[in-house]
Design a protein around this ligand. Structure first.
Ligand SMILES: O=C1O[C@H](COP(=O)(O)O)[C@@H](O)[C@H](O)[C@H]1O
Length: 255
């Protein structure tokens, strides 16, 4: 599938959440029935944590025993720090579903940020042994009001990274400063990339990312999977300024 982008608008996040969870389950089933033996999913932090933690466990017959879950980016802080994305998912989601412990690819936050990125790269390479650039079945991304996604920030040199699959960043403009992040080559190699963006504070940046702006392309606008699908799931407040063609699915619709 060559880079097909779809923008889907829901009345609010209450309608978006269940469709997202259903989509994850659908892509998991596709990966497993294609004989890949596992479903590889990359998670982001921020507002996605509570949405997924509420909606995924509610999916009927959910079986995550063959899932491998990584993090699109992670803050290098102890797991019990409120900023730890792994820590939040562990308490709110992983404790409620049957992902095996060995299927969760967490960073080692005790390492300095450079070594942490190398260690996490090694963990990914073990799960994707035959791929120079890991090809995730699905990545779930958020977007900050500045247009950042993962921990790839506007104007940051990491946007040019072509060699590393995981990069360290120690000057993140959004705290905490030390993080590790997937780079654009990994994001754009995925089979399915799904952005979730909700709330009126995202309206101006969503317009710029989807319809273009005057400056250099924002990080989220650089996400264009070379072989995979690209979906933007947004709510009406976030979509308020859009003029491009969007889909508005009826109740109970599947993507
Ligand atoms: O710092 C981060 O922010 C982005 C966006 O978060 P949101 O709360 O505005 O959805 C998130 O995708 C990323 O994983 C996180 O580290």
């Amino acid at each position: 599938m060559a880079n097909s982008r779809k923008v889907v608008v829901f009345p609010s996040s209450a309608e978006l959440g269940p469709v997202l969870a259903q989509l994850v389950c659908d892509r998991a089933q596709k990966a497993l029935s294609a004989g890949r033996g596992q479903f590889s999913l990359g998670l982001s932090g921020g507002s996605l944590v509570s949405m997924l933690s509420k909606e995924l466990p509610a999916q009927p017959g959910l079986d995550c025993s063959k899932w491998v879950v990584g993090f699109c980016d992670e803050r290098v802080v102890p797991f019990d720090d409120a900023e730890s994305t792994y820590g939040l998912y562990k308490n709110q989601l992983f404790s409620k579903i049957n992902i095996p412990d060995e299927g969760i690819l967490a960073i080692d936050p005790s390492l300095p940020v450079e070594e942490c990125a190398e260690d996490y790269t090694h963990k990914l390479n073990q799960v994707f042994p035959n791929e120079d650039v890991p090809v995730f079945d699905m990545l779930l991304l958020g977007m900050g009001p500045d247009g950042h996604t993962c921990s790839l920030f506007p104007g940051h040199p990491l946007l040019q990274e072509t060699q590393k699959i995981i990069a360290p960043i120690s000057d993140s403009p959004k705290p905490p400063p030390c993080r590790v992040t997937m780079t654009l080559p990994v994001v754009n190699a995925a089979r399915s990339v799904v952005f979730v963006s909700t709330g009126g504070s995202k309206a101006p940046v969503l317009k710029e990312v989807l319809e273009g702006g005057e400056g250099p392309a924002l990080p989220a606008a650089r996400v264009a999977p070379s072989q995979g699908e690209l979906l933007w799931l947004v709510d009406e407040p976030a979509a308020a300024s859009l003029t491009l063609e969007v889909e508005r699915p009826g109740p109970g619709a599947k993507l």
